[in-house]
Ligand binder design. Structure first.
Ligand code: NDP
Ligand code: SOE
Length: 261
């Protein structure tokens, strides 16, 4: 099936490991050129070179902190200098939190607001015009099931991901007549290195797998984690021509974890 992605350019924040890297691989397999963003430039360079070589596409790494305005400017400049702009923007960089509302200070709230929401705002402001100039584009936001079904230990994560979901909807409305589709994905449990690291810290080499299974059992539904590739397949579809009537929506990819309709 031709997904119509050959020769496109995708900017993927957090594209250097985990879900973002799996999306990068999925898009590269369809012939899409890549801008992989992460703070760790060495890891980004290594992955960009590997993915480019494996799929015969062009890929660059941009070392930037998208939680800052300067970092977002660096991403925009990187995409412009290498490819003249972008056709696809995947706002994926993010991380879980751990706090209570009564104890967390303003600085922590601000950091997550900047990382999960303002990065998407700032990148849209500068990358969407390049999409318009190229005749259209696609933006996909990676929020979380926590945007609508909160986990008790991470109120800041829940709140900022909910804001990202609404931002996605409102951006979709604003650019619908420019042939730019905007959607949001709410994943459930995805087995990325971050989860394994945390599980090992909590339960050691011998106990981490049982702990991860207990997390999946508690979630219910399929009672397992998704692989990053399973998530990536969905993103690649949303970026493709085959999703041409999809905009302004949020899609859950959570193995049945969501408890409501
Ligand atoms: P990982 O921790 O495996 O990867 C995170 C990526 O984001 C890395 O490339 C990291 O690179 C980059 N990143 C983090 N902070 C910044 C920053 N300030 N500026 C630039 N890049 C940054 O995460 P996952 O793959 O697990 O998660 C990806 C997204 O999916 C997140 O938004 C997460 O909330 C969401 N999600 C994940 C789920 C899961 O179960 N894994 C479930 C639901 C949603 P570097 O450290 O070099 O900056
Ligand atoms: C679900 O969105 C979740 O598992 C969060 O609860 C974690 O904190 C985050 O790191 C990964 O995604």
């Amino acid at each position: 099936m031709d997904l119509g992605l050959t020769g496109k350019v995708a900017v993927i924040t957090g594209g250097t490991v985990g879900i973002g890297l799996a999306i990068a691989e999925g898009l590269a397999a369809e012939g899409t050129n890549l801008v992989l963003v992460g703070r760790n430039g060495e890891r980004g360079e290594a992955e960009a070179a590997r993915v480019a070589q494996a799929h015969g596409i062009s890929a660059i790494a941009v070392a930037a902190d998208v939680a800052t305005a300067e970092g977002c400017d660096t991403v925009v400049a990187g995409a412009r200098d290498a490819f003249g702009g972008a056709d696809i923007l995947i706002n994926n960089a993010g991380t879980g939190s751990n706090e209570t509302i009564l104890e967390a200070d303003d600085a922590k709230w601000q950091y997550y607001w900047d990382l999960h929401v303002m990065a998407a705002v700032r990148l849209a402001r500068d990358i969407v015009p390049t999409m318009k100039a190229r005749g259209g584009g696609v933006v996909v936001h990676n929020a979380s099931i926590c945007a609508v079904q909160p986990l008790w230990y991470e109120p800041i994560y829940n709140t900022t991901k909910a804001a990202l979901m609404m931002f996605s909807k409102t951006l979709a409305n604003e650019v619908v007549s420019d042939n730019i589709r905007v959607n949001c994905v709410n994943p459930g449990l995805v087995l990325t290195p971050d989860w394994v690291k945390t599980a090992k810290q909590l339960h050691g080499e011998d106990g981490y797998e049982a702990y991860l299974q207990s997390v999946a059992d508690e979630a219910g539904g399929m009672k397992r984690f998704a692989s990053a590739e399973e998530l990536a397949n969905f993103f690649v579809f949303l970026c493709s021509e085959k999703a041409s009537y999809s905009t302004g929506s949020t899609y859950f990819v959570d193995g049945g974890w969501l408890k409501t309709v």
